[in-house]
Design a protein. Structure first.
Length: 247
């Protein structure tokens, strides 16, 4: 944008190829010579050796900032170390691997590493921790355990929504001034955009405290990485045995 109030925004559906992306970019910036900077976040690669070659012939007034997600492909449970991503090396492209975490404190990062390694399969054993330990938020004052596992002696899948809507306000009372997010499965959060969301749609959210109910099968990495300072993991008798064993 040139800073004026008539800035244009691109809203589109899933783009599956570089030529398609190039076409939409040129179309969006057509009819003017003002500088256009386009930021694309959470890009998932569908080829082993991406070159981004189609993007090198864009008009000179179009500049791209591309952020490649470490979670690749259609399956959010497939996690990559940044070093495994094939990044372009052309001279007009500046690439940087961001290895410093600012969202999670160190303990939640370590749990994320454990979750990727033991719950998502051997392909994720190279998941790395942040290269700095003091950039994330501190644990909550008075909390000796930033990651807490609560195992219930009952099934939690069908009661997931009720459990979260009960726990979220209770935790908010305990930790005044902190944001609290409940994440569950099934019908949880399908019609509620408030403090309770579904694990399949939680990407992009984050909170000081996250309550994640793991019911049924193995759990998405996205859900457990939403917490900044405190992560509560809730399981029940209907939770996958491999998940319980991993915890």
């Amino acid at each position: 944008s040139d800073g004026s109030d008539d800035s244009d925004y691109i809203v589109d559906n899933k783009i599956t190829s570089e030529p398609e992306l190039k076409s939409q970019l040129i179309s969006a910036a057509a009819g003017g010579d003002k500088t256009t900077i386009i930021f694309l976040d959470e890009i998932s690669l569908v080829t082993d050796n991406p070159t981004f070659s189609n993007l090198h012939s864009l008009p000179p007034n179009i500049h791209l900032i591309l952020c490649l997600s470490p979670t690749q492909g259609g399956d959010s449970d497939k996690l990559y170390n940044p070093d495994q991503l094939s990044l372009p090396t052309q001279p007009d492209v500046c690439c940087a691997t961001l290895t410093t975490c600012y969202r999670n404190n160190e303990d939640i990062q370590r749990y994320s590493q454990h979750h990727a390694r033991y719950m998502l399969g051997s392909a994720n054993e190279t998941y790395i921790l942040s290269d700095k330990t003091d950039t994330g938020p501190p644990p909550l004052p008075g909390s000796a355990h930033p990651v807490v596992w609560l195992h219930c002696s009952q099934k939690v899948y069908k009661q997931c929504d009720d459990i979260l809507h009960s726990m979220v306000p209770t935790v908010k009372t305990q930790w005044e001034g902190c944001s609290v997010q409940g994440i569950g499965t099934g019908n949880v959060g399908r019609s509620d955009s408030g403090p309770v969301v579904n694990s399949s749609t939680c990407a992009g959210t984050e909170a000081d405290i996250v309550i994640a109910i793991m019911s049924g099968g193995l759990y998405s990495y996205e859900a457990v990485s939403r917490a900044r300072q405190q992560l509560y993991i809730v399981t029940g008798t209907d939770t996958n045995r491999d998940t319980v064993r991993g915890l």
